[in-house]
Design a protein around this ligand. Structure first.
Ligand code: GUN
Length: 282
């Protein structure tokens, strides 16, 4: 029987630690504020944004909400980001993705001041991560590292295979595992002999957005399997990239969907908001 990694419990533990840290900062006169911008009404984004704001409330940081209509122009959004960059009492700026098609996401991400980029998406943040310098780290991959560490799973020296090469998850995930001294492979849709590659993994991390694609043929006996996917199956039920029922009996530890990686993303975002004090002068 595999150990089921409980992301909800671990994220709560982290949020409680952050709550204490936020309280200490407040006592030092530092109130932390996160500005959350959403353009349009994408239903998934509405849920994520609501949960982020609730997370802020839970640990005691202020959230400012900017809910802009779908028709907002790119320039209007850039102007708002520019104003928030200038505001001394705003520590973090988060623009919820995806943005409507008429707005270029890269341009908007680049417009966020790197010292307020709590999502860790700005090229400067990504560059800093790749050369081991201080900066914000993308929340989902940072959450995976915490899940592993807090579950007592050693990373150093392990064969880690990251399935997926997105800028938000796959690439930063590989860099973080490398920072933890793992041997890292990034596999993707063009990888040949995929089962052979994933089958080498001591730790397999899937972020491909394909419902239940990863069955036990892809997994080495005793491996740790971390499922970053959030998909819907044929019945509209939430599921991961991993076929949990099939894989769970052959691995040593596995994250469920929901209740695995998902709750960690917000905990890491809140952590980044508090970290911002180290990148911003009083
Ligand atoms: N959309 C889906 N995940 C994320 C995230 O982590 N940050 C932002 N800004 N948008 C998202």
């Amino acid at each position: 029987m595999a150990h089921i990694i409980d992301g909800k419990a671990i994220s709560l533990q982290i949020k409680d630690e952050l709550k204490e840290k936020a309280e200490r900062l407040r006592q030092e006169g530092r109130e932390i504020t996160l500005a959350v911008i959403q353009v349009g009404n994408d239903p998934a984004s509405c849920v994520y944004v609501r949960n982020k704001k609730r997370g802020c409330e839970y640990i005691g940081i202020r959230s400012l909400s900017y809910e802009l209509p779908e028709e907002t122009t790119q320039q209007e959004l850039l102007d708002l980001v520019g104003q928030l960059n200038q505001k001394k009492d705003v520590n973090g700026i988060l623009v919820q993705l995806p943005l409507p098609d008429h707005i270029d996401e890269d341009t908007v991400i680049r417009a966020i001041a790197p010292e307020k980029d709590v999502d860790g998406f700005h090229p400067q943040s990504v560059g800093a991560l790749s050369i081991g310098q201080p900066g914000f780290v993308s929340c989902t991959p940072a959450g995976v590292i915490q899940l592993l560490k807090r579950s007592g799973i050693e990373i150093a020296g392990k064969e880690c295979v990251v399935l997926g090469r997105s800028n938000i998850v796959g690439k930063p995930m590989a860099l973080l595992l490398l920072r933890e001294n793992a041997t890292v492979t990034i596999a993707h849709s063009k990888t040949r002999n995929l089962k052979e590659v994933t089958g080498r993994a001591d730790i397999l991390i899937t972020a491909i957005g394909r419902p239940k694609m990863i069955t036990r043929e892809y997994v080495k006996e005793g491996a740790v399997v971390i499922d970053v996917g959030i998909n819907r199956d044929q019945n509209g039920k939430l599921c991961g990239d991993v076929d949990f029922q099939d894989v769970e009996p052959v691995c040593s530890a596995i994250t469920p969907v929901p209740g695995g990686v998902g709750p960690m993303t917000i905990a890491m975002l809140l952590g980044n908001c508090l970290e911002s004090v180290h990148l911003q002068p009083m």
